[in-house]
Design a protein around this ligand. Structure first.
Ligand code: NAG
Ligand code: NAG
Length: 393
């Protein structure tokens, strides 16, 4: 191998280097320019996701592994993606941040969180106009969570306007899809970073809540190990439905104290927290004052009912129209507080096993740290099932 000294390579290298430099500079400029300009040309604002993002297309709220027997419409094929797979100009979309506020955290009796699909403006507005008005007491804070990785620019613009206007909306760093468990994990991380709360309430956006009644009785409820909701008791297992569940703060802390490498995620939040709680001490409160199923909006007995909050503390399956109707006849306020019965009187089982679920709800849990994705099923929620409304995503 002879080493022959030549003169030309020196200049050649320089030329190649300059060309490479110019080319890479151009690419960088182009990529940035592209994300900013393309949407503008379409009349959209510049806080957008790249146009070539292949995010999932439809999502719905209100999907829970609720009733195993309840058939959930599987309408559109939707593609499941993780944020990691998406290239978007993250800085410009104000997604929720997890920065711990340390000593500046506001102290609360109750943090209310409502999960809602991006396009459900009407449901959020119905809640704002009704029971949300009791959120403005000092000891309670109410927030909506929705997905922030959105392909539809019109929808994203509307969401950002809504967020600015009401300041009660947090955007999850997630696309739409069946990732209710990861949404729950994000929401408790966010909640813990921002507030010092005694109780955490997780809700679907089709829940009418007698918030005044709830706030009145909360101080006399157990302060530790509490899991309060509407439970299912089937196949030798029990679990609280994810549509309404209250945890005492220590439960949330225990959830987050799990080994990050081992913490398991599941597409359904209720199965996920039930898996987490398997070996934790817990005090189950099955509240019969929660109407769970069938959806109240399609239940005739609710049509003529007055003073709903005398008999109930929460009503599931309450869609926009009924939300407004129920609020008018709710008679929400302080009511007598009774001790809750032993869980064993409702259900002899306190264990949980995801393998007992029927195929539609059967998913093998995966470590959250891997940002797992799940099969392509899309859950459309119970309202759509009845009236077969088109998804507008
Ligand atoms: C985008 O979102 C808006 C607002 O929700 C909706 O009206 C429109 O149909 C959506 N567009 C597409 C292509 O899905
Ligand atoms: C996923 O999508 C494929 C192709 O559309 C379909 O055949 C399959 O049934 C879907 N799986 C689920 C669980 O929805």
């Amino acid at each position: 191998m002879g080493y022959v000294k030549q003169r030309t390579p020196h200049r050649m290298y320089l030329l190649v280097f300059i060309l490479a430099f110019v080319f890479s500079l151009f690419s960088v400029v182009y990529v940035h320019y592209y994300t900013l300009v393309v949407p503008l040309k379409r009349g959209s604002p510049s806080f957008v996701i790249k146009q070539d993002v292949d995010a999932s297309r439809s999502y719905t709220s209100a999907a829970s592994s609720a009733s195993l027997m309840h058939s959930v419409a599987n309408k559109k094929e939707s593609f499941q993606r993780n944020t990691d797979d998406l290239s978007y100009s993250g800085k410009s979309i104000p997604l929720m941040d997890f920065k711990d506020l340390q000593k500046r955290k506001k102290r609360l009796l109750l943090l209310v969180t409502v999960g809602s699909a991006p396009q459900r403006f009407d449901r959020r507005q119905a809640i704002r106009d009704t029971w949300w008005k009791f959120c403005y007491e000092k000891k309670v804070k109410c927030v909506f969570f929705t997905d922030g990785i959105i392909k539809n620019q019109t929808l994203l613009t509307l969401l950002l306007q809504e967020k600015n206007r009401y300041k009660d909306l947090e955007l999850q760093p997630l696309p739409s899809g069946v990732q209710f468990g990861q949404r729950f994990l994000n929401s408790i991380k966010w909640a813990t970073a921002k507030f010092d709360f005694k109780y955490f309430l997780k809700l679907d956006d089709d829940y009418f809540v007698c918030l005044k009644r709830l706030l009145f009785e909360l101080p006399s409820r157990p302060k530790r190990n509490l899991v309060w909701g509407s439970f299912h008791c089937e196949f030798g297992i029990s679990w609280a439905d994810e549509a309404f569940v209250i945890f005492s703060a220590d439960m949330i802390r225990k959830f987050l104290m799990q080994d990050k490498k081992k913490m398991l995620c599941h597409p359904f939040a209720d199965q996920q927290f039930s898996i987490w709680m398997k070996h934790m001490t817990k005090l189950y409160f099955h509240d019969t004052r929660l109407h769970h199923d069938p959806p109240a909006s399609f239940t005739p007995e609710f049509k003529e009912m007055k003073n709903l909050c005398d008999s109930y503390i929460g009503i599931h399956g309450t869609y926009v129209e009924e939300m407004r109707k129920f609020a008018k006849v709710a008679n929400d306020g302080a009511k007598e507080v009774e001790t809750f019965p032993k869980f064993s009187r409702f259900c002899p089982f306190k264990n949980f096993d995801y393998r007992k679920f029927s195929p539609k709800y059967y998913f093998r849990p995966k470590p959250c740290i891997q940002n797992p994705t799940w099969k392509n099923s899309t859950f459309t929620g119970r309202e759509d099932e009845h009236i077969l409304r088109q998804d507008d995503l």
